[in-house]
Design a protein around this ligand. Structure first.
Ligand SMILES: C[S@@+](CC[C@H](N)C(=O)[O-])C[C@H]1O[C@@H](n2cnc3c(N)ncnc32)[C@H](O)[C@@H]1O
Ligand code: SF4
Length: 336
């Protein structure tokens, strides 16, 4: 799982100048540097209470779908330079009929790691098999409650039975395709965190490879607004420690943060503005990037991208923080 090894290296290398030098070199050689986050459709079947899909104002602007015939343009423009393709970022990708085609294009252009981030409710035995056969490397399934009551409370319209049986189907598919991984993203708040105590019992029959523990963040005027995690301060690190021990025993990669709140001084994210590539029906990489007319490497030449990265090597941390914008959590990657 090269992508998690790279994440670990990124976490370990503290010197931002070394990171930027590496990125500059990769760009110079026209290698893969982008993490492409691909939202083919801006809609969702669920209404999770922590998510902006419960913010009526926000969802008014969330619409659009990428026509199937345009997929080839995006792939041609970006995929040759993509290190990772994540299908599903800000909406629900399984509402899109041509996920298999996106995965096939990703494979065609040799992307080393292709992941699908989904609430999992609309998956079927057939779609799981199709995605796996097309070359999907990872299902990332989002979870907001370990037990049925809190799952269905926090994941409005979500069906725990359906979700759980799909996890079993993915676990079965993994036996046929050992390259396929299953990641769980647990987004926690002060009301669902302690349930993690029972996580490994409840999911004992599910073949999990990666577990991410992700604290709630304020992302709009959502139905559940309680983003204050102060009440967890005394229990957070002790429960995290227990989870780390079990994850290690079970050979599960754990992505977690030592702090409950984002810190702006996290140097892990300085590269993000230079590597994070968002694609949706309304946006692709940069405002001045026309994916139907140019490729990333042509855009790079036109905009002197390599020089910009080179100048980042010389920037101090304060300036890089301004580039990074929003504060991010510094996730540690625990791999055996
Ligand atoms: C917006 S969803 C889109 C992809 C897909 N629909 C899913 O749920 O996996 C992406 C991730 O955001 C997380 N998320 C939702 N609300 C959040 C919040 N308030 N703070 C942090 N993460 C949140 C979800 O748990 C999910 O893992
Ligand atoms: S977290 Fe994902 S599944 Fe839940 S409402 Fe948001 S986009 Fe939909």
């Amino acid at each position: 799982m090269i992508i998690y090894q790279l994440l670990k290296i990124n976490h370990r290398v503290k010197n931002h100048r070394i990171k930027f030098f590496g990125l500059w070199l990769l760009n110079l050689l026209n290698k893969r540097t982008l993490s492409v986050y691909f939202d083919p459709v801006l809609a969702c079947n669920l209404r999770c209470k922590m998510c902006y899909f419960t913010d009526k104002e926000y969802t008014l602007h969330l619409k659009g779908i990428i026509p199937r015939e345009n997929l080839g343009f995006y792939a041609n423009a970006l995929f040759k330079n993509a290190l990772k393709l994540q299908i599903g970022c800000g909406a629900e990708p399984t509402l899109y009929k041509d996920i298999t085609k996106i995965i096939q294009l990703g494979k065609h252009y040799g992307i080393p790691y292709i992941s699908l981030t989904t609430n999992g409710n609309l998956l079927t035995q057939e779609s799981i098999r199709d995605y796996s056969n097309a070359g999907l490397n990872e299902f990332t399934i989002s979870l907001h409650g370990v037990i049925k009551e809190s799952y269905e409370f926090f994941m409005g319209k979500g069906n725990y039975g359906k979700f759980f049986s799909n996890l079993l189907l993915i676990s079965d598919e993994k036996k046929k395709n050992p390259k396929l991984k299953l990641r769980i993203n647990y987004t926690f708040n002060k009301d669902n965190f302690l349930e993690l105590e029972n996580f490994f019992d409840v999911f004992k029959d599910i073949s999990i490879d990666i577990l991410q523990l992700r604290p709630i963040q304020k992302i709009g005027n959502t139905e559940y607004q309680n983003t204050n995690l102060d009440s967890l301060k005394d229990v957070y690190l002790s429960l995290l420690e227990k989870i780390k021990v079990i994850a290690k025993e079970k050979n599960i990669i754990l992505l977690s943060s030592g702090s409950l709140y984002p810190r702006s001084s996290s140097n892990q994210n300085y590269l993000t503005p230079y590597t994070y590539c968002y694609v949706s029906p309304n946006y692709c990489w940069r405002e001045d990037f026309n994916y139907t007319k140019e490729t990333f490497s042509q855009w790079s030449e036109r905009t002197h991208w390599k020089s910009k990265i080179f100048s980042a090597i010389l920037k101090n941390k304060k300036d890089l923080e301004k580039d990074t914008g929003t504060e991010k959590l510094n996730y540690s990657v625990d791999i055996n």
